[in-house]
Design a protein around this ligand. Structure first.
Ligand code: BEZ
Length: 388
């Protein structure tokens, strides 16, 4: 006689009901608010590619729901950010927003997401405030906080015996917080910052600043730039001959996704980041192969962050059976998860920021080669975040 336990029958019925429930939900509307133009255009496109690659690996559905996309080019323009995200939420009725790259734009987005309760997953912008005072149960980040790679690089620079540094960056949250992270650990290690140089975002008129560096002769220069700005800065630094006498270091954004264009000028540079080109793990090799096949491009850190934003969304929606309005259950699942990222596994902190390793990388040819760990399991402090 075949005996089936009632508990097994109940479980099977509940699973079937859950699958049917998810199948009955309408497609999930995903608002992609990213820079598709300007100095960060390549970053926005890589994030979009990474996100869509993971969705494709899931067979085109997340949490059992088909996906439809609504895309907005945010132009890395903070003054347009509130209007742009409000249109996605109120006019297009998106269920979740994925964005963005620029910290100033992302802070405006976080304010709206917090006020409206819309799910927001940030696949790059590292502004401290987002996992600080602006934190919310419906806001997550798949990337980093701005101070993290800077802090990791400051430790490395101090250990290398550099005593004096100058910093150069764009004058906005990302640049300033990145420099602050570097300064904190560099000074802890006995170093001194001689001068902090800045120029407005997204300016690329570096000559006057490079002349100041040449005159002051610090032991090292720490710099935050990304995308098109990073390409120009690294090339100008080398063209001025400074790379022969004063090492240029930075967060990995300075050389990630940019090496093809930077060529000889970037060779030998040290940077720190939560990704590198030769991790050579099974997970990363599979990701890199799939990405290259799909897009005929090599992935970079931005592609990984987009891919992991989709993974985080999938984890949350699996736990809520496709229902994105169940914010507590969604957050509980994401913060309990170990995310199986191409960068290496990471967890999500109380303030919804990745806790992850930062690699020390060196540019060799067209690769950011990982040559060590700059900081292990680095978490941001989440200062001012009142989430439990
Ligand atoms: C930011 O604005 O937060 C940012 C932009 C590009 C790379 C890294 C951070």
């Amino acid at each position: 006689m075949n005996l089936i336990k009632p508990s097994v029958v109940a479980f099977a019925l509940s699973m079937a009901a859950q699958v049917t429930y998810a199948q009955n939900l309408p497609p999930l509307k995903v608002g992609m608010m990213l820079p598709y133009s300007g100095t960060f255009a390549a970053l926005g496109n890589a994030i979009d590619n990474g996100f869509q690659l993971y969705v494709k690996e899931l067979g085109g559905k997340i949490g059992g729901r088909e996906i439809t996309y609504v895309k907005v080019d945010d132009e890395s323009e903070p003054s347009k950010a509130t209007d742009n995200i409000n249109k996605l939420i109120k006019r297009d009725n998106v269920d979740v927003v994925i964005g963005t790259v620029h910290s100033g734009v992302a802070m405006a987005m976080a304010k709206v997401a917090k006020d409206t309760g819309t799910m927001l997953i940030i696949p790059n912008a590292g502004a401290d405030a987002i996992t600080g005072p602006l934190c919310a149960k419906n806001i997550f980040r798949s990337s980093f906080t701005n101070g993290q790679p800077g802090y990791a690089m400051g430790e490395v620079a101090a250990k290398k015996g550099y005593k004096t540094a100058m910093t150069i960056t764009w004058k906005y949250a990302a640049g300033e917080e990145s420099v602050k992270g570097f300064q904190e650990s560099f000074e802890k290690g006995g170093g001194k910052i001689l001068k902090e140089l800045t120029l407005p975002f997204p300016g690329v008129e570096f000559q006057a600043l490079l002349t100041e560096v040449a005159a002051a002769k610090p032991d090292v220069v720490y710099s935050f730039f990304a995308g098109g700005g990073a390409v120009k800065f690294v090339k100008d630094y080398a063209a001025a001959g400074l790379n022969k006498t004063i090492p240029l270091v930075g967060p990995g954004f300075l050389t990630d996704g940019t090496l093809e264009a930077q060529g000889e000028s970037a060779q030998g540079m040290l940077t720190s980041l939560h990704y590198g080109d030769n991790l050579n793990t099974k997970r990363d090799n599979e990701f890199r192969l799939a990405y290259a096949k799909q897009y005929r491009l090599q992935p970079d850190v931005y592609a990984v962050q987009g891919y992991d934003a989709a993974q985080m969304l999938a984890i949350g929606l699996k736990a809520t059976n496709g229902d994105i309005t169940k914010k507590d259950e969604f957050a509980k699942a994401v913060t309990a998860a170990k995310i199986d990222s191409p960068r290496g596994p990471f967890t999500i902190s109380r303030a919804h920021n990745p806790v992850q390793d930062f690699y020390l990388r060196q540019v060799v040819g067209k690769e950011n080669k990982v040559i060590g760990i700059a900081s292990k399991s680095l978490a941001d402090a989440g200062r001012g975040c009142n989430l439990q």
